[in-house]
Design a binder for this molecule. Structure first.
Ligand SMILES: CC(C)(COP(=O)([O-])OP(=O)([O-])OC[C@H]1O[C@@H](n2cnc3c(N)ncnc32)[C@H](O)[C@@H]1OP(=O)([O-])[O-])[C@@H](O)C(=O)NCCC(=O)NCCSC(=O)C[C@@](C)(O)CC(=O)[O-]
Ligand SMILES: NC(=O)C1=CN([C@@H]2O[C@H](COP(=O)(O)OP(=O)(O)OC[C@H]3O[C@@H](n4cnc5c(N)ncnc54)[C@H](OP(=O)(O)O)[C@@H]3O)[C@@H](O)[C@H]2O)C=CC1
Length: 403
């Protein structure tokens, strides 16, 4: 039987590459061999990295050169009542983070929402995008390509949808910059976050564009998608799920749970989230949407790099008849309940806490429900942090809980 030490030795001798170990042993032994090697070559002790609680083979499609797992503490907030388009009832939301005080804060927001009767949430748009860039001779040719695309969207749809049994092409929007043509393909990816699905489908459509027009594909992703980079196009057009949540909290409830007044929270929101963000040239007009989005992404098997666009959110607060109205709208929350990291054992268990593991009935409903609950969690985080800022509790909270 091949041992981890044997494999490590063969890598040291140059007989095997670090990424070739799974061809000679099972995935757990291969990961152990890499740890043996690293421990010998560095000062590191990797015993905790190696103490993971799933079969390494289960992570085969999620990571290469595996050595173990980064274990991020996971907690839970809630329950919080959500009245959504795809979600309805009381939800506990698992969150994974290293920031002390974060879950306490989101939990406090959830308590306020729960005691206020619950939040409303809706997915307003669902479209995962991929935007390849093509080279053309000049702007005349660019215009020719754009006309062809507009007249032949059905042909492109047929080619794209032949690669998937779930994805549906919603539309193709052309953009021209000199001799570059960008085609922004938008898909309904149902319960998948859909980046692999959209990429594979778009490749097939690009082959048709190249065959039928003078355009030459330069890059399958031309950054107008825009994936994992801050970009105004996602804030305006949306990407993944565009989802909003809101709540009304009575003045007494604001005083009791958030320790302040609706007026103080509204003023903090205006001066901080709106004026401050505008002055900073920010894309997100919120307090800390990224905190809840990435913690939910880590716990629930989403792609953490997409917190870039996931935190593209606007928080609004008004005083209505003495009570507090608050909303959060996330323009581009890219989430799925199938594929990607959702199949990993811990993430899959966390999805089952929400009751949205796997494909929904109808398809897309589980990912919609997930988006709605994350939006309500984000609203809870906004309410609590704004409350803490309005009552000057931010520093003391982090003195007590965050260090
Ligand atoms: C810390 C609190 C919640 C105390 O707040 P409090 O009002 O003193 O707490 P409380 O003891 O009166 O309890 C109220 C509710 O809070 C929850 N709660 C209370 N404590 C816990 C706990 N230990 N574990 C779990 N839940 C807790 C719990 O839900 C409880 O209600 P109950 O369920 O009992 O009816 C509050 O001061 C707070 O929320 N502070 C803000 C902290 C925060 O939001 N940090 C976010 C990270 S800051 C950051 O990363 C971004 C930043 C700030 O740089 C962005 C920017 O520029 O704005
Ligand atoms: N390729 C890229 O450019 C990028 C990839 N990623 C990575 O992509 C991964 C996510 O891609 P994604 O396409 O979501 O996942 P997967 O590649 O894991 O594919 C999910 C597949 O699940 C199938 N499926 C089964 N049931 C359903 C259902 N109810 N709804 C939708 N699909 C269903 C679909 O197959 P079928 O299509 O046959 O119907 C779908 O294509 C993540 O790991 C992420 O990190 C992230 C950014 C960029």
């Amino acid at each position: 039987m091949t041992t981890a030490e044997d494999l490590a030795e063969r890598v040291r001798e140059g007989d095997l590459g670090l990424h070739e170990l799974e061809q000679h042993a099972d995935a757990d032994v291969a990961a152990e061999a890499r740890r043996v090697l690293l421990e010998a070559e560095t000062e590191a002790d990797l015993s905790t990295v190696g103490a993971y609680a799933f079969d390494a083979a289960d992570a085969d499609s999620n990571v290469e050169n595996m050595i173990g797992a980064a274990q991020v503490p996971m907690g839970v907030v809630g329950p919080v009542r959500v009245e959504g388009g795809a979600s309805s009832g009381e939800y506990y939301l698992p969150l994974a983070t290293t920031e002390g005080a974060l879950l306490a804060s989101v939990n406090r927001g959830c308590a306020a929402i729960r005691r206020g009767g619950g939040a409303t949430a809706r997915v307003l748009k669902s479209a995962m995008t991929r935007a390849p860039v093509f080279r053309v001779a000049d702007v005349g040719e660019a215009s020719e390509v754009v006309s062809w695309v507009r007249a032949n969207e059905g042909t492109l749809r047929e080619a794209a949808e032949a690669t998937t049994s779930h994805g549906e092409l919603r539309g193709v929007t052309p953009y021209v910059v000199g001799d570059s043509v960008f085609l922004r393909f938008a898909y309904d990816t149902k319960d998948a976050m859909g980046m692999n699905m959209a990429t594979i489908a778009t490749q097939a459509a690009c082959e048709v564009v190249e065959a039928e027009t003078p355009a030459s594909l330069v890059a399958l992703s031309g950054n107008l998608c825009a994936d994992k980079k801050p970009a105004a196009i996602n804030a305006v057009e949306g990407r993944g799920r565009t989802v909003a949540a809101d709540v009304v909290l009575s003045r007494d409830l604001v005083a009791d749970v958030l320790k302040t007044t609706p007026e103080a929270i509204a003023e903090a929101n205006t001066r901080k989230n709106l004026v401050g963000s505008a002055k900073a040239g920010a894309l997100g007009f919120n307090a800390h949407a990224a905190n809840v989005v990435v913690a939910a992404f880590l716990a629930l098997g989403q792609d953490p790099a997409q917190v870039v666009e996931g935190s593209n959110a606007i928080t609004t607060v008004d005083v209505r008849d003495g009570d507090l109205y608050a909303s959060v709208t996330l323009a581009s929350l890219e989430v799925g309940t199938v594929g990607g990291g959702t199949r990993l054992p811990t993430q899959s268990e966390a999805l089952s806490v929400l009751g949205v593991r796997g494909g929904g009935d109808p398809p897309g409903s589980n990912a919609d429900a997930l988006a709605e609950v994350i939006a309500v969690g984000t609203l809870a985080g906004e309410l609590s942090l704004l409350g803490a800022l309005a009552s000057s509790h931010l520093a003391s909270a982090h003195e007590q809980l965050g260090r």
